[in-house]
Write a protein that binds this ligand. Sequence first.
Ligand SMILES: [Zn+2]
Length: 140
Amino acid sequence: MMQGPEDSTDPDDAPDGLDMLRDEAAAYAWIERIVWPQGPVCPRCGRGDRIGALHGASVHLGTYKCYACRKPFSFRSGTPFHASNVSLTRWLQALYLCRDGEIPRPSVLQTALGITAKTAAALRRRLERELSPRRPAKLR
Ligand SMILES: [Zn+2]
């Protein structure tokens, strides 16, 4: 089925990975539809029926509140993306750069993503840890 280019909410319809990965809100919408095809689910109690999206200047993008256990969460909760200062778009761009199975050198990440050398080095360490097939991901 053909769809117009303005319909960018369908993850199967993303024409160009990098285009989608330039906008933080679009990146969240895209990945949330993959992680939660039936809508947001609380990672603590597993319920999806009493969830509300949180908005506001002090609220991180993609934050939801579970009104059953009264805790905020996002799809980043419990994942390598959690508690990271790197924006989701940069994370996804970094993963995109790893698509050939090789993790780029920090200098490449720094230039491609427009981040500092320190952030690039930290990001590469995290990518190495998370993408290593032999070692299970550790979240702490
Ligand atoms: Zn809950």
